[in-house]
Design a protein around this ligand. Sequence first.
Ligand code: AMP
Length: 183
Amino acid sequence: MMGPPGAGKGTQSKIVCNRLGIIQISTGDILRDSVKKETILGVKAKKFMDAGNLVSDEIVIGIIEERIQEDDCKGGFILDGFPRTTDQAKALDDILTKFGRKVDHVINFEVQNEALVERLLQRAKKEGRADDNIESISNRLKIFNEQTQPLINYYTKNGISNAVAGEGDIEEISNRVKNVIKA
Ligand code: AMP
């Protein structure tokens, strides 16, 4: 699941995972958990996350490589918020190839900037995420446009990228996702 912060990747990932009985892997959730537990990784990642910057490719690639080898991933998984750079996408292809697997679908949620900012500020009130403040939000949007958006071309070339309109109500969007995944 790809798309800018606030596009609904997490919400829609959970819906697909419940429907298909597969696993959601969110690098953001894994990192937030490490921050909460104050692990070495968490302490390192926190300052990048709070400012809305990306954590290093090396760290997130390592997280994914370990996580997808766990037993619960055997039946399939959704990657939520990974990859976010072309190097991460290439590393993901290498890792999956090593295990005889591949990316089946890429869903790219498209949402206007104003709607994203509004959603993230609403989420800040509900969840109190440290990075849902206006400075971090604008940085995350900028980083998305500069570093993650080019990945759409990477996956378009591979013929597996699908743009999905990410505005509307949750059910409406999940029906669009269902039409793409067709499972
Ligand atoms: P998210 O929950 O996906 O919005 O991620 C929250 C924060 O975690 C991001 O702003 C980054 O600081 C970090 N993060 C999550 N996934 C990645 C990734 N694939 N690459 C680098 N940083 C990431």
